[in-house]
Design a protein around this ligand. Sequence first.
Ligand code: MN
Length: 497
Amino acid sequence: MENLRKFEAWFVTGSQHLYGPETLKQVATDSHQIAAELDKNPAIPVKIIFKPVLTTPDAIFELCSEANSAPNCIGLITWMHTFSPAKMWIRGLSALNKPFLHLHTQLNRDIPWKTIDMDFMNLNQSAHGDREFGFITTRMRLNRKVVVGHYKDPEVVEKIGIWLRAAAALADARKMKVVRFGDNMRDVAVTEGNKVSGQIKLGYSVYGYGVGDLVKYVNSASPAAIKKKIKEYGEEYRLTKAVASSESLYEAAKIEVGLENFLKEGDFKAFTTTFEDLHGLKQLPGLAVQRLMSKGYGFGAEGDWKTAALVRSMKVMASGLKGGTSFMEDYTYHFDPAGMRVLGAHMLEVCPSIAKGKPSVEIHQLSIGGREDPARLVFSAQTGRAINVSVIDLGNRFRMIVNDVESVECPDMPKLPVARVLWKPLPDLKTAAAAWIYAGGAHHTGFSLALTAEHMEDFAVMTGIEFLHIGEKCDLNQFRKELMWNEAYYHIAGGIS
Ligand code: MN
């Protein structure tokens, strides 16, 4: 997976010349200290780089322009230690094309009651300096995250860390290439969308290839590379001798070698397949897709490029965190009043990063698709708090929907030949599914045991797409009103281009 420490965020402090050189020196020392503390905190996934204190419109503009063109800079953390008249910020912020977080903090946690004097007050005035900055960013209608509290407060650091993960995913998305083998499947609507809008809002570009282009790579997979893959399967999964020596597994390994070579050569970070378009492929890629997802590639089945890109972005955000992330589909329900559940799975393609224990490699018949029996990893998922995320194209905008769920223990399902997850949606299945359906959420999702709704909200805010959250407190009536209000808001706000 990606090492997020290759990315950096710049710690930017605003002030002005009014206070004299001594005060400005102190402002720089204090800011440096906060940046250094954040940088070494394990909840902060990227490097935090201290930048000299900004006191003029020219310096602010130059800093923003420099940030725009610095390849590893994923965004700014801004803080107004003192007052920083915000007309100075208009030119720079107008040019800035990276996200920023407004950290509303202070060097001192407590007021030093016994010693406080006017010098202290003049130096430590972010309580009003940051309001001036807040005004101009609101006045300019700029998307940002505001985090309030002392910089050593674990809750504050956690919120900054979450935002930085979203910013890293945005930096990755702006360069992301998605490959789509074949096109959309049949008449499926939700997997469609405007790829030009997708590129404008979310950054990634989608490239169409014929499945024959992939078949060429599969057919040129070397026997040595194929054998190496089969050896890896034996080391990483439960694998019987009969399966290990089967032709089906050899074919699955061949597909994996070919697909991986294709993705690496083209520098693709996400891909889609469709079981309706497999000309020249003997099996629907199952095992290959599962393993490539666990290496960090995004995936969407049936031509679903939006979900493929989403899964990739979620994997970047989740880098280094506990719990996995996978492509997912709401499959079937357990409507028992004693505990309603959703069984999530896909025909084959669930990522083993979410597996509990060692998956087993199995070969079973595929009831749809009409090809040879494909190999796949079968397992149940880890339990715990998780999210399901969908991004849909509403025509005038993209909408992201997040449902908080709790992954629970799967009963034995000896006849089910696919990887599976059983979850309880919050606040309850009836409310969550109704809200999801009113919102138009897809059957395909990105599922993560590592991320929270806040990661996704930060990502949605920085890309300017709509965000809807179905969590513990979701009230269906209120939620439906939110849908109506948003409809009006996005027309007024101009929606997406
Ligand atoms: Mn599907």
